[in-house]
Write a protein that binds this ligand. Structure first.
Ligand code: NAP
Ligand code: MG
Length: 497
């Protein structure tokens, strides 16, 4: 057990450097090549929407209009499904080694244009350029590379069975990792021989539309991937189309539940990647400074717009004061502001609606009696911004400890024993991810076994790899993306004996 002698740790002291560490502005200068308007990408061609309607895509960085985007209605979604169905027989019959060539090409073309895509992603979605440049783009390319490697090995995934494609797959993705979620969805679908109709989120369609030019450059046969843009109604049309053999959805639990209801009895396959309220659990024997970095990354990465964000910090009571004071000091050095600046740590909130939701939940935390801390930081006057925020004195019944905030807001709770940590961590409808920080290997194994979460990170956080399956328990959804498990969610198994 944990020795009571270790409880009297000194709290962290702040080193004051004045203005010594101020950086000059370092804006990214590469052009993003965003077209003034985009149509729908159906059957390998750009087509005008039958609705004759468009919507504006703005940058949350400064609220300036970036592009005008086609709004797909039910007839457009139907055209996309028809194109995908037409492409399916030839695509699914191609030898896996041939399909792999397209996936390799797509990965290489993405790498070639990585900087341009990173800038577009940051302009459109608001995430810091250092994240789109160093995380989203390399990971998106890695998913295509990884699945290219699987395409000619589908007969060896499950001994005695071969994997066969399902047919046309409908995919609906969210706004927090627009290009990366697209890669997570498209790469396994293509590797297994399916064709696709995909809908990006309304506020972040631009990198998906730019991606169409990569498909053209890669020579992908027309209709294998079709991209339809629009909001929730377009998503519903994708989900409910009779030609869909499977629906893959990433988004909120509320919409996920409505899709599950709509699909019941249709025979369509379904995978859902939904919300989360992860516990990041720090024991008193953990390497505290590394844990503090992991906590900061866990909640402030991508402004906290992360389904697996470590939004509930569970810290052992004996070190709670020390961790809290170190976190406050560390938060003072986070730079919040223009996402196109290479020094920015916390960029713009994706949309005004999301900013309003964060304000509302933070106000509820204050009203319910939790203690708020925000470092002093000057936010840009235009655009959508929210400072890094920490709540202490949080109890499990507070909304900020239960609801997914999807913003840069951390709630701190304490515990005394591993059992109490497990009980509190599992006290949520969600079950997507968790973090455990301790020196003891046996405690890591015990926690990983007992935490109801699809992913448990030990002495690290937010580590991703295409070979590592990702997905939820409980109201965080079902099905996996990545690894062999992710492939199986895009295939039927046929016995070879
Ligand atoms: P959302 O409202 O559920 O939207 C997700 C996608 O579904 C968007 O493309 C959206 O379109 C579309 N959509 C909305 N209503 C629909 C309907 N009735 N039928 C079909 N599609 C519909 O979620 P969000 O607020 O954008 O995204 C944030 C949520 O996603 C969070 O809860 C987060 O945890 C979750 N998420 C989960 C994962 C994961 O892997 N588990 C990853 C990322 C995000 P529009 O946005 O264009 O309206
Ligand atoms: Mg936008």
């Amino acid at each position: 057990m944990h020795s009571p002698k270790r409880t009297a740790r000194p709290v962290a002291r702040e080193l004051l450097f004045g203005n010594l560490w101020e950086y000059d502005a370092a804006p990214e200068s590469s052009p993003a090549f965003i077209d003034a308007s985009y149509g729908l990408f159906i059957g390998g061609k750009w087509v005008a929407p039958k609705t004759r309607k468009t919507f504006d895509s703005i940058s949350p960085r400064n609220e300036e209009k970036l592009s005008e985007i086609a709004l797909a209605g039910a007839a457009d979604v139907d055209a996309a499904y028809q194109a995908a169905a037409k492409a399916f027989p030839a695509w699914s019959k191609l030898p896996g080694s041939e399909r792999a060539k397209y996936l390799f090409r797509i990965a290489r073309l993405l790498q070639d244009r990585a900087r341009e895509f990173a800038v577009a992603e940051t302009l459109d979605g608001g995430k810091p350029i250092k994240e789109s440049r160093d995380f989203d783009l390399p990971m998106a390319a890695a998913h295509f590379f990884y699945h290219a490697g699987w395409a000619d090995k589908l007969n060896y995934v499950t001994p005695g069975r071969v994997l066969e494609p399902l047919g046309v797959v409908g995919q609906v993705i969210p706004w927090n990792f627009p290009l990366l979620m697209l890669a997570w969805k498209l790469a396994p679908a293509l590797a297994t021989g399916n064709t696709v109709v995909i809908k990006p989120a309304e506020t972040t369609s631009i990198t998906a539309l730019k991606f169409a030019s990569i498909l053209q450059d890669a020579g992908l046969p027309p209709g294998v991937i079709n991209i339809v843009t629009g909001a929730g109604d377009t998503g519903a049309a994708v989900v409910n189309h009779p030609l869909a053999a499977k629906i893959a959805f990433t988004g909120s639990t509320a919409v996920g539940k409505s899709i599950q209801r709509a699909l019941a009895g249709t025979g369509k396959r379904l995978t859902l990647e939904l919300g989360g309220k992860a516990a990041n659990i720090v024991f008193e024997d953990a390497p505290i400074d590394q844990a503090v970095e992991g906590i900061i990354n866990g909640i402030f990465f991508n402004q906290g717009h992360v389904c697996c964000a470590g939004s509930r910090l569970l810290v052992q009571e004996s070190i709670a004061n020390q961790v809290l004071s170190k976190l406050k000091i560390r938060m003072k050095s986070l730079r919040t502001g223009d996402p196109l600046d290479k020094n920015t740590d916390v960029g713009a909130i994706n949309s005004r609606a999301q900013l309003d939701r964060i304000h509302e939940l933070v106000a509820s935390g204050v009203a319910e009696g939790a203690e708020l801390y925000q470092p002093v930081c000057e936010l840009p006057h235009k655009g959508f911004y929210f400072p890094p925020t920490l709540f202490s004195k949080v109890s499990q019944s507070h909304r900020i400890a239960r609801d997914e905030i999807f913003g840069p807001v951390l709630s701190i709770l304490t515990f005394r024993t591993p059992e109490e940590a497990i009980e509190k961590a599992n006290n949520t409808h969600y079950g997507l991810s968790a973090g455990v920080w301790t020196d003891k290997g046996s405690l890591i194994l015990k926690m990983s076994n007992e935490l109801k979460a699809g992913v448990v990170w030990a002495n690290s956080y937010n580590k991703f790899d295409p070979s590592s399956p990702f997905g939820g328990y409980k109201e965080s959804g079902f099905g996996r993306e990545g690894g062999k498990q992710g492939l199986l969610d895009y295939a039927k198994l046929k016995a070879t004996f």
